[in-house]
Design a binder for this molecule. Structure first.
Ligand code: AMP
Length: 396
């Protein structure tokens, strides 16, 4: 089955046309600068060079129509006819407490997603624009919404409630939701297979370490806790996000620097994390290079990042009363041997031993623990688009 996977942002739209039987992408691409003066469609058919088309895209419907044209184009297209697209899977960031799994999109579902807009004001409205644009151009094609938050809906109250007056949970649904659910779900299930574990009798920790980063504790295939919270700002130190901080710091900065709440939220989301600490970059490739050149701030940023990861792993081992396997995934987790080694060095008390040679791997599914390690540790590349495509097919 050919499934178009759409991940729509406020001014961008990422897509992949996936053959769910062959489990491979036929084409991937991105529309950038939607609604601005000049926009770009970057389209890469599998095994071929990227095609860049410059065009003004006034809205998402125009962007989707350009994507459909690119997919059927005589030169760089990958299908003869639009009728070959049998379904569309949409990534939706926030499903609140309403969606604990993926769902076929109906008018009621769209309304329910809209009701979650408050919880993800930057993302959900954009996701809905993408859904509507596709619906208007592919009228009879079934569509499915796959939520970033859904996998974590199995967390128990003791994990998702904040110790605020309960009224705030009742009135506004302020609680931990967790994100990157599609990745945590895929990677934990792949890790179980790869390590020869029965998922229904397993304790797995997934470290999704990318520009955004989160860790989850997956007990018997279900998420029981995760590091991101009400929003994707909490938990680990990230590329530009602070992760956990003492909430009183917000008031302190506001007074000292005469900043508004909006300005502080921008600071915490965009100017903090590895970028803010290192004053070098948010990208671990630059951080590694700077460390190799003796840059102290880069070294400190790296250490703060690793230390936070270790503390979350330790906490989740305690939550599950043990751990069978730890998976590293996403940009940093898949590609940075030093991050993995330094994290695992702290975990010697769990009987974890890393095979240094195997750990040099980048982006390939690989067991990096030694055969006598008490806990299996592996690199498991994530594939959120393929997971969205599979969920879409499963539902239809
Ligand atoms: P993601 O958000 O999963 O796409 O991850 C993007 C991040 O992965 C980048 O910002 C880098 O910090 C990191 N990354 C990508 N490639 C490498 C690499 N070869 N070595 C170290 N870090 C990398």
């Amino acid at each position: 089955m050919k499934v178009l996977v759409i991940n729509c942002g406020s001014s961008s739209l990422k897509y992949q046309l996936i053959d769910s039987d062959a489990k491979e992408a036929l084409a991937i691409g991105l529309c950038e600068r939607i609604g601005l003066d000049v926009g770009y469609l970057k389209h890469t058919p599998a095994g071929q060079d990227k095609v860049v088309i410059e065009a003004k895209m006034d809205n998402h419907e125009i962007a989707v129509s350009m994507v459909l044209e690119a997919l059927t184009n005589k030169e760089h297209g990958v299908i003869a006819d639009l009728s070959e697209i049998q379904a569309v899977g949409h990534r939706v960031v926030h499903g609140g407490e309403k969606f604990a799994k993926s769902t076929i999109i109906t008018d009621e579902v769209i309304k329910a997603i809209e009701e979650c807009n408050d919880l993800a004001p930057l993302h959900n409205p954009a996701n809905l624009i993408g859904i509507r644009a596709c619906q208007s151009l592919m009228k009879d094609v079934p569509m499915v919404a796959v939520f970033d938050t859904a996998f974590h809906q199995t967390m128990p109250e003791k994990a998702y409630l904040y110790a605020l007056p309960l009224d705030y949970y009742d009135k506004y649904k302020i609680r931990k939701y967790g994100f990157h659910g599609t990745s945590h779900s895929y990677v934990s299930s792949r890790m179980a297979d790869f390590a020869g574990l029965d998922i229904n009798n397993s304790k797995i920790i997934v470290c999704h370490l990318g520009n955004g980063a989160s860790i989850s504790a997956v007990h018997n295939g279900k998420s029981i806790d995760t590091s991101m919270g009400f929003t994707p700002l909490s938990g680990l130190v990230m590329g530009t996000r602070s992760g956990d901080i003492d909430p009183s710091i917000i008031e302190f900065i506001a007074k000292k620097e005469n900043k508004t709440i909006d300005a502080i939220m921008h600071l915490l989301n965009k100017e903090s994390g590895i970028h803010g600490l290192s004053e070098v970059s948010s990208d671990f490739r630059d951080i590694n290079q700077a460390m190799n050149n003796g840059n102290e701030k880069a070294r400190i940023a790296f250490e703060v990042f690793v230390y936070r990861v270790v503390k979350y792993i330790g906490g989740f081992v305690a939550s599950m009363n043990g751990v069978d396997a730890i998976a590293f995934t996403a940009g940093v987790g898949e590609n940075d041997p030093k991050v993995r080694r330094d994290v695992c060095e702290y975990l010697g008390y769990l009987g974890i031993k890393i095979d240094e040679e195997a750990n040099q791997v980048r982006g390939e599914e690989t067991m990096i623990s030694t055969s006598d390690s008490k806990v299996k540790v592996a690199v498991i590349p994530t594939n959120e688009e393929l997971t969205i495509a599979k969920e879409t097919v499963a539902l239809l």
